[in-house]
Design a binder for this molecule. Sequence first.
Ligand code: NOJ
Length: 583
Amino acid sequence: MSSAEPTGDTLDAPADSETDTPTALDEAPAASSEKGGEWWRSAVIYQVYPRSFADSDGDGVGDLPGITSRLGDLADLGVDAVWLSPFYRSPQRDAGYDVADYRDVDPLFGTLADFDALRARATDLGLRVIVDVVPNHTSSEHAWFQAALAAEPGSVERGHYLFRDGRGVDGELPPNNWESIFGGPAWTRITEADGTAGQWYLHLFDSSQPDLDWTDPWVREQFVDVLRFWLDRGVDGFRVDVAHGMIKAEGLPDYTPPADSGSMGGGQGDSAPPPYWGQDGVHEIYRSWRKVLDEYEGDRVLVAEAWVEPLSRLAEWVRPDEMHQAFNFSYLETGWSASEIRRVVDSSIEVFSSVGAPSTWVLSNHDVVRHASRLALTAENPQGHGIGPRSAGLPIPELGLARARAATAVMLALPGSAYLYQGEELGLPEAIDLPDESRQDPTWFRTGGERYGRDGCRVPLPWESAAPAFGFNSTGASWLPQPSDWSTYARDEQTGVTGSTLELYRLALRLRSEIGLGTSDLVWLDDYSDEVVAFRSAGVTVLANLGEVAVELPLGDVLLSTMSLDGPALPPNAAVWLRETDV
Ligand code: NOJ
C-alpha cells in the first residue's frame, strides 16, 4: 500500500512557537455536524451498492444481511448516512435499476424483514439510511408493463407508458430518432396479442426498462404511495434516479445529441435541453414529493440524480420547495486542474447557496470510472463509457491513487455535503482487466463491446486479504471477478496502518466533523501558483499540489497529509490540511 503519512507531522516552526503550539483539535471550533436539524447540509453520505458490498449467503451477490453485518465498519469510518442502490424486486437486467416491484425486496438481496433489521442496526449506530427510487422507468417485468402489453393500443394501461405507433407505411420505423443511453435505438416494437407487429414503446435505457408516462396522474399517485411505503418503514430519504428525465417534450421531437455528451448528459450550456432531459415539467413532480416528505418527522431528504448543466440549471432542482440536494456531477467531471477545480467550487457554492441549498461534492459512484483511475487517465472517457484493456490512455495506478487521495482530501474539506462510493476509502482502482465474458453492463451488450460500461467500478469489495473472495463472502463466489491483487486493498490490510487510504479517510472524516469543515466558509489563498488548490476554512489551510514541482508549505501543524512529507514541501499530486502557526 501507499506509504502516505496522514497524521501528526509538525513542519519546522520557529523554536519559540513550536513548544506552545496547541494541538489542532484544542483550537477547533465547536462541532457542527451533530445529528438533528437539517443534518444533510453537511453530511457525508456513503453509497452502498448492494450487489457488491457484502454477501451473507455466499451466492456471489451481496445482500441486505451482508450490509447489516458490516454497518459497524461504516460507523467506524465516520460517515453520517448510507445510501443504498436498489434492492427491490428486479430481473437485474440493469443491476436493479429495472424495478419489477417497488414495494418489495428481491429474494437475491433478502426480505423486507432484512431491510427492517438493517434499518434498526443503522439507527443503533447513528447512521441515517437513504434508499433509491427509480421513477423514470420500470422493469419490463413489472405488472404495470405486462398489463400494458396485454391491453389494446389507446388503453388506460398503455397510457401509463410511452407507447406510440411507428412511422413508415406499416409503422415499421420507430416513432422518432432517439437513441438509448446504453446504445442502440430508444424504441422497441412489440407484438400485439393477435400476433401482428404492433406499437413501439420508449426506453431511454435498456429495452427491459420502459419509460413511464409522467403526464398520467395514475403514475404520479403510484409513486406517492411508493414514497410513503418506504417513509413509513423509516427511511431518511430518497436518491431519485434520472431525476432530469421523467418529462419528455411535447410531441417527442427528433433529436441528435452532440458526440460524446456523456451517457446521461442533460444540457448543453445555455441552449435548450434535449427533449428528454431537464424539461420544466419535472419540477412540479418534486414539489408534490417535497410536500409528502414534509408531512413526516425527522428531516427526510430528496437527492436528485440529475445530469444537468450548467450548475445554474441544476440549482432549479433544489429550490426551497423541491429537493434538498442534487449530485454535483460538474465537480465529479472536473479534470486534474487546479484552476478548473477552483472555478467549479466557486460556481457550485454560489449557485446552490442562491437557492438556499448546500453544495454537494462527489468523486465516484457506480456509473463512472473510479476516481483512483479516472484522475490519471490520459484519454477522454465520458462517464458511463468505462475503461478496459483496449482503452486508450490507461492510468498509471500509483499516480491515480496519489491523485485520488489528494482529491478526496480537498473534497472532504469543502463546505456542504459529500458523497463517497463504497471502496474508495480503500483506494480501489477501476477493475480494467475484467474478462469480456464476465461483463454484465447493458452498455457493453448494446454497443457490441464498443463501450466497456460500468462493470469495472462495481466489482465486489475486498474485506479480508486471506479469505475467500477477500471476505466478500465465505464461498469465494463473486458475480464479477475480483482482480487477484485486490488482497492488498483489503480492509484488514489497511486497518490501523498509518498512511493507508482507509486511515486517511477515517482521519479526514473525524477532523471534518470535529473542526466543522462541512459548515464553514472557505476563503481562497492567492499566494500560491495556479497549479495549487489553496484555501482556508474553519482555521485550517488546505493545499493540494496539482502541478509538477513541489510547493513550499507554510509553517504549522500538519493535521493530515496524503503523502509522507520530507520537510516543508508538498510533493506533486499530494494534499495537506494544516493549521498555520502564524495565522
Ligand atoms: C442512473 C443509475 O445510476 C444507473 O446505474 C442506471 O443504469 C440508470 N439510471 C438507469 O436507471
